[in-house]
Ligand binder design. Sequence first.
Ligand code: ATP
Ligand code: MG
Length: 251
Amino acid sequence: MSEPLNPETLFGSTRTSPAVRQVYGVSGTGKTVFLCESLRKACRSKKFGPKHRFVVFDVKHDGYETLAPPVSNVATAIQQLDKQKISVIHPSMDEADDALDDIISWLFDVSDYDEDFSATLILEESSTFIGSSVGSIPPSVKRFATQGRSKGLTLLLVNQRALSNKWCDTQSSSITCFRMAIPDRKMLLDRWGIRSEDIDMRLKEKKFSFAHFDLESLSLSYFDPIQLPKLRLPVVKEKSRYSGLLRNPFL
Ligand SMILES: Nc1ncnc2c1ncn2[C@@H]1O[C@H](COP(=O)(O)OP(=O)(O)OP(=O)(O)O)[C@@H](O)[C@H]1O
Ligand SMILES: [Mg+2]
């Protein structure tokens, strides 16, 4: 197994390679834990400039709460991102489409305004928004995939199943895969010539391990499961509603 997959490879933008990265694996194989702990490291890493921001857009409301207290609307997230490195958005299902458009257009607005700005958007359960045809991709996601790269914007599409969208493949620079659903194996072979049976044989030896396939160099690497820290220290602490009351006003 290789060294841990470094957060810059996963979340950083080179401004030269495609803006999209795909992450998939069946339920419970460790995608969210891996992404959450990698984000915790990334938020503390100096490699991402002071103007880099991470946004988790999670319709499942599951697994990123230890990074920052989740917010339900984009307006609050935007306010937070002025100061915070990361925001976790838990949109309601009926507002999710609009909320995704809003956060993406804000990311573009800021990057137009400040060329040092860069950002990573983690889109959990991306099949909620993206179907199998080009026409099924929301215009905001298309814009992100095509124009994001030159703006330093990176999009991670996270899913239980491999995306069956060929257009997304053309905009992707890597696939990080955990144990895969059997029907997805044939697709990977047809699309990329990846022999998924071999990958799966290796991944099942070690629970929560994963493989990373660089679609530009066509290199495949295997990684050990990410180590869970004893304390999952938040990047952004929850503000206590009562902290003001507990302070002694006479001091
Ligand atoms: N690297 C790891 N070390 C220890 N335990 C882990 C690790 N990865 C995952 N787990 C355990 O497995 C559970 C499921 O992992 P996780 O939520 O990351 O799965 P998932 O792939 O995101 O699933 P889903 O597609 O349903 O969201 C976690 O709650 C945790 O208990
Ligand atoms: Mg998950």
